[in-house]
Ligand binder design. Structure first.
Ligand code: NAD
Ligand code: IPM
Ligand code: MN
Length: 358
């Protein structure tokens, strides 16, 4: 198969983890005889430095010509005091909005070999397998913003149709998984949450095979850590989903292993790790590339329908962990930690070896 992918390395560790993930993608291309055509473009701080624009028109054009997008991360202290329009994060928000990527899938799966790295007790973290379905193009992120000397405001606004489409997506996801859906809101305080809850209740009538519960976000923040095994699909708004997904990474042992897919219901999608640009470790070659490598697996599955290839990446990543190979964020001590490239080499060797033995 021939596929066009726009690659947006971004800032900080973004270029390092993206380079690693691309090497894995190429190994998969070689093994399964796919032609992945890559085009590189600028986003975030790197694009501000080069074009004075966090999402240049050239980048949007290249993305429009491609089947999927792979993104590293954006942001860093260099641009933290820029005006709102010239912040790296603005480029990320704009690309999500431009391509209407309203559904952000953030799977959280405990790797058995990482349980020692999790601060949670083994019996709490083991067997966790949940999916956060985060609304990505609405809510407080995109409402009107105002700022004067004396006050500031961010409008949190959701239309019924914005809620309906993400809730529909979550019901479908629950049906493909274990049939359980937890909708997370703050309906005891927020009007947007009350509309959200009403929509979920209407959809529940249409999906009687799915077990539905409503839960308040503060309580979920607690239960996600005390009893994560309870959850299957968690659907929530843009802001709550952002916060809960970083929290959920604690279960797995590191933010460096959580991938994500931002999709809109057709085959197009943007794939990126859940983590950010980690400026304090940028340039050291020690970042964990697993989240970005697993995001490539999500791209193969969701955008290209390459289920076997996606499963092969997941198998290889798991095998490398099982063999006791870790980057610094997961290693017990620094002497045994592998660099980004060394760890990626192990994943590629796994893929190549299983090819030879087939
Ligand atoms: P972060 O996710 O970059 O880092 C949080 C912590 O996790 C840090 O200790 C970091 O070193 C560690 N970490 C993250 N990814 C790692 C990896 N792959 N391997 C090893 N350790 C890893 O969050 P932050 O520090 O709050 O934000 C830094 C910058 O990133 C900010 O400018 C923020 O806006 C941006 N950000 C971007 C995205 C994105 O592009 N999708 C997401 C989150 C944050
Ligand atoms: C994420 C990030 C972004 C978000 C920021 C960088 C705009 O934290 O993808 O989780 O809040 O959506
Ligand atoms: Mn986030």
């Amino acid at each position: 198969m021939e596929k066009k992918i726009t690659v947006l390395p971004g800032d900080g560790i973004g270029p390092e983890v993206v380079a690693a993930a691309i090497r894995v993608l190429q190994a998969i291309g070689k093994r399964y005889n796919h032609d992945f055509q890559l085009g590189y473009a600028a986003i975030g701080g790197a694009a501000i430095d080069q074009f004075n624009n966090p999402l240049p028109e050239e980048t949007i054009e290249m993305c429009k010509q491609s089947d999927a997008i792979l993104l590293g991360a954006v942001g860093g202290p260099k641009w933290d005091n820029n005006s709102p329009e010239l912040r790296p994060e603005k480029g990320l928000l704009r690309i999500r909005k431009t391509f209407d990527l309203f559904a952000n899938l953030r799977p959280v799966k405990a790797f058995p070999s990482l349980l020692n790295a999790s601060p949670l007790k083994r019996e709490v973290a083991e067997n966790v397998d949940l999916m956060i379905v985060r609304e990505l193009t609405g809510g407080i992120y995109f409402g009107e913003k105002q700022r004067t000397e004396t006050d500031a405001s961010d409008l949190n606004i959701y239309t019924r149709s914005e809620i309906e489409r993400i809730v529909d997506n979550a019901f479908e996801m629950a049906r493909l998984r274990r049939g359980k859906l937890c909708s997370v809101d703050k309906a005891n305080v927020l009007e947007t949450s009350r509309l959200w809850r009403a929509v979920v209740d209407e959809k529940k009538e249409l999906n009687p095979d799915i077990e539905v519960e409503h839960n308040l976000v503060d309580s979920v923040a607690m239960k996600l850590i005390t009893n994560p095994g309870h959850y299957d699909v968690v659907v929530t708004d843009n802001m709550f989903g952002d916060i809960l997904s970083d929290e959920a990474s604690v279960i797995t042992g590191s933010l460096g292993v959580l991938p994500s897919a931002s999709i809109r219901g057709d085959n197009f999608g943007l794939y990126e790790p859940v983590h950010g640009s980690a400026p304090e470790i940028a340039g050291l070659g020690i970042a964990n590339p697993a989240a970005t490598i697993l995001s490539v697996a999500m791209m193969l599955q969701y955008s290209f329908g390459m289920k076997e290839e996606a499963a092969e990446i997941e198998r290889a990543v798991n095998a490398v962990f099982e063999d006791g190979h870790f980057t610094a964020d997961l290693a017990k001590n620094n002497e045994t930690a592998l660099s980004t490239d060394e760890w990626t080499d192990k994943v590629i060797a796994e893929i190549d070896t299983s090819f030879v033995s087939d």
